[in-house]
Structure formats: structure tokens, C-alpha cells
Design a protein around this ligand. Sequence first.
Ligand code: ADP
Ligand code: GLC
Length: 496
Amino acid sequence: MVPARGAVRIWGGAMRILFVATEAYPLIKTGGLADVTGALSAALAEGGEAIRLLLPAYGPAIAGLRHRHLGASMGTVLGWSVRLIEGYMPDSGIPVTLVDCPPLFDRPGNPYSRNDGHDWPDNHERFAVLSRVAATLAVGEEGAGPVDIVHAHDWQTGLVCAYLWQHRRHHGREGTPASVFTVHNLAFQGRFSPHVMERIGLPVDMFSVNGVEFHGDVSYLKAGLYYSDKITTVSPTYAHEIQTDQGGEGLQGLLLARANDLAGILNGEDDRLWNPADDPAIHYPFTARHLSGKALDKADLQRELGLEVKADAPLFAVISRLTEQKGVDLVLKAISDIMEKGGQLVILGAGDSRFETACRMAAKTCPGWVAVRIGLDEALAHRIQAGSDALLMPSRFEPCGLSQMYAMRYGTLPVVRHTGGLADTVVDVDDSDGGTGFVFDTATLPAFLAAVHRVFDLYRNRAVWQSIQGHAMGQDFSWRRSAERYRRLYRELIHQ
Ligand code: ADP
Ligand code: GLC
């Protein structure tokens, strides 16, 4: 007799979970996805679960792995020769498997695009190979036995759910792990020509409205949304927004149909890494009770960035991908206002070349008052969070957003639009005695400027400002609660 699902596999209380993603901090990071996979996997392991991360073997990921050693050969996967590299996360010690296929993953540029910003033309192959390896390992064909749960993140891993569904179709429910698919950003959909179906090893009957087809293309994101057992996204408000015509990016019908399988679980912040009392990137540690270090960090930062060292000039910050989503255009248009009112601005970011160019121009036009650093710089991101007074995040949409949480932890008050995870994490100072930031409604310049002006007004009143800093720094955005929600979701699936 085949034992009930879950009965044999949950051993000693631990669930066997395979996380599949294309980023995990500190091995490889382009944005919040890496923070989440790194920290959530650590929180789940702390809770006693047996978790393994599966990532592509990018050069920096191989180099960063602890106790690295060669793993099994996977033979030929979708026409590519693939080996595994095994090791551990350098910080949390979680086991990591890297999918090694140098022609696909060992390249300059970032995980998704060339140095000129264009997507790699073979992304459909790269992420199909990653997903196929994930599904093969998950069902235990490589000898390790099946896992209980496969948790796939974003469009790059959507095909994992399709491959597992195919496996279940042929082999039944027993022996096929349940899948959870997390949408970190519905705007990135991984759309390719229908011709890729054969290359990625999917039968034509899956190219359908009830399958991976989306407006005549194959969508890897839709594969995840359609074939996963449960869908999550990274905040409750975004979970609601993506079921509407305004926020659904054309997928609202499918998401509404799957509403019972969809949960919004707020991201957490990794307090091992983001803690102003103990941050190796800053010179002067501080806490909500002892804020004097923050003023010294501000002066340090102003010096480092070539800004005039002025304690009383409100220093605004942007730490972000420079894209339409993040409302960078609104920030650029607000610069003259910020200057006129005696504020300073630092922008750290990378993204669309038109925004990079416009930011550089702004720094040239306003030396001493606007500083711009283009590129990714983790340590500088910490110093900016520590040394600034307010963080600007006028996003058009924001699935969760982590930078505003880090800002609050560092007593840097966020200025955010009321959308997605920003709405779920920041309380406007005018709406509550326990307010933590400045929230505005519409993505227009007047609405954004009104919020920026409120910063100037409040900043002058040091006592009130400091009490708001106290509220912001006292928020609990730790992963513990959210990790528990994921564990409950996994358990529910296993016992189904
Ligand atoms: P998203 O994932 O949409 O880019 P989040 O707010 O969720 O936005 O996460 C952004 C993460 O990326 C944060 O850890 C932030 O500090 C980091 N980040 C963004 N831009 C840069 C940059 N230019 N240099 C260093 N870190 C950055
Ligand atoms: C995406 C979203 C961001 C979210 C992050 C981690 O990049 O744009 O809002 O915080 O994923 O989930």
C-alpha cells in the first residue's frame, strides 16, 4: 500500500523543501528577490525545515559557495550537458545546488541581460534548463528521493510547475511533490515565441489558454500561475491588486479563478543584515534610543558623496532599480523643488539608460546638492540608509518593496505611494499617532511634491521627527511571522 502523502516524507517534523530561484543573497543579487530567497530560506531552516536552494551556476555564485564540491552529472538536459555543483550558503549554511552549464550561465553581464541592457536571446533555454533540472531533482530521479515541496520564484522558474504537472499526469500524485509559485513581480512575464515549445520539452496540448499560452506566446510566468498548487505573492495588498483590471497585467482572469489558491504573504527584512546597531558598512552604530551615531553617519555620507556637509539640510535618498515602475521620473522632476527648499538628494541605482543619463545630468547640474552613483553597491546602500533622513519610493506599483522597510529600521522616513507592499508597511504620520512615514495616493508630481513638502515641514520640528523615527525603528518586519505562514501553507499542501 502506498502511504498517504506526507506520512512518510515528513520525517522528524522537517519538511523537505526545494527553493528554485535565479538569485539569492549573498551569492547573486540584482534586487529584492535575492534578499527574500536568502532570508526566507534561512528563516525556514531556523524553524527546523530541511531546505535546499537550487540556483544557476553563475560565476559569482560558484565563487561565493562555501565547501564547494562537484556533484552529480545530470547528463543531457534539453540538449545541454549539465553537472551539479554542491556547497553551502556562506552565511546561513543552507545547502545549495548550482546548475552548472557554462555555455548558458557562465557569462559577463547580469543574470538576465547583457551589459548593454538587452535580455540574453536564449533566456527561454537558460531558464527551461534550470527548471527541468529542478523538477528532475524534486521527483527524486537522481537518487535522493522526492522532496515534499518545490517552491519556485518568479517567471524564470515557472516551468518547474509545468514539468511537475506533466510528471503527475504520467506518474500520479504520489511521488510528485506539491508546488508553490511566488510572484515577486507580475510585470515580468517571460514571454517567448510558441516555437520554443518543442525545445523546452512541453507537449503541444499544453500550449493552450488552459496552459502556458498567453496572447499567442508562451509565458513562463503563466506556467507558474496555471500549474502550481498554490500561488503566493509578496504582500496582501498586491495579492488583491493583481486580481483587478488595473493591476493584473492581463492575468487577472486566471488569478481570480485561482483566488482560493492565492495568498499575499508580506516579505520580511533580514535583521542579521539590516541592523543599524551592528552594521559593518557604517562607522557609527545607532539605535532608536541613541540616535547620535546617525548624525555622524550623515556627515560621513555627505563627505563621501561630495555633498556639502550640512547637518540641517534634509537628505533625501533613492536606492533603486531605475525604471518606470519605481517612479524615477517623478523624483527627477522633484529635484528643483527639493533644492529650492534646501534639501539634498542622493540616488544610487541602475536600470534604464535614459534614467541613468538623466540622473547623471542632475548630479552635474547641482554639484554639492545632488549626488548620483550608477551601479550596484551593497555597502553604499547601507551607508545611504544610515546617513539619510528620508527615502523616496514613489512607485507606480510595488509588489512588496524592501528598501522602505530597511529605511524605517535605520530611522530614515519613507515617502511612498499607497500601493502594494508600500501600503501594507508604511503608516502616514497624519493618519496615526504611531505614523512611520509619508504616504501619497496618485502617481502624479503634485501629489508626490505635497508629500515631499510635508517632510520639510516636519523635519524642522526635531522632537516630533525623532519620535516618528522611534516608531519607524520599532516596527517588527522580521521574517519569523511570514516564514510561519509559508510553513502552514506547505503543510496544508502536504496533507491535502
Ligand atoms: P526591487 O526588488 O523591486 O528592486 P526591493 O525594494 O524589494 O525592490 O529591493 C531592492 C533591493 O535591492 C534592496 O536590498 C536594495 O537595497 C537593493 N538595491 C537596489 N538598488 C541598489 C543599488 N544600486 N545598489 C545596491 N543595492 C541596491
Ligand atoms: C520584486 C518587487 C519588489 C519585492 C521583491 C521581493 O523585485 O519589485 O516589490 O519586494 O520582488 O519580493
